[in-house]
Design a protein around this ligand. Structure first.
Ligand code: HEC
Length: 119
């Protein structure tokens, strides 16, 4: 009897886990598809330019190893539009290469791009 009830408990727990875990892992997905800042009003001129200057233009300024010229808004529009920018800064965080960008800075960039990167 004890064996049976334990088995039932295990079976129920396993079933519950199987049902719930995809949902939990989905909730944990950190792809940042939503802006998580209270103040979502990021613009290039008010605060994004400062972040880009600090973290990106040492390599992305026309002649640098990174390609592209991120010293101007216009120089980033192509990568902003095709999703590459957000992918490397927010999703896989491979940029800035070797840099120490804070999560708060990544969040600002994320919100800015999600609201169609206003100038
Ligand atoms: C230390 C140099 C360095 C810094 C700093 C740097 N990058 Fe890069 N970046 C590179 C290099 C080199 C490449 C091209 C090779 C590669 O994809 O790894 C690159 C590629 C890219 C690409 C194209 C990726 C692709 O797959 O086509 C984007 C977009 C990009 N960087 C954005 C940024 C942004 C935004 C920042 C600042 C937050 C930044 N990078 C900071 C060196 C750098």
């Amino acid at each position: 009897m004890i064996f049976t009830s334990r088995f039932r408990y295990l079976a129920a727990a396993t079933l519950l886990f199987a049902l719930v875990s995809p949902w939990v892992s989905c909730k944990k997905d950190d792809s940042g598809n939503e802006c998580n800042l209270a103040n979502a009003n990021q613009t290039y001129n008010t605060n994004i330019k400062r972040i880009i200057n600090k973290h990106c233009i040492s390599c992305h300024s026309g002649s640098g190893p990174g390609g592209g010229d991120y010293t101007t808004y216009e120089g980033m529009v192509a990568e902003l539009s095709n999703g590459k920018f957000r992918e490397v800064v927010v999703i896989d965080k491979s940029m800035p290469q070797g840099g120490n960008m804070t999560q708060a800075e990544r969040d600002s960039v994320n919100c800015w791009i999600l609201s169609n990167f206003p100038k």
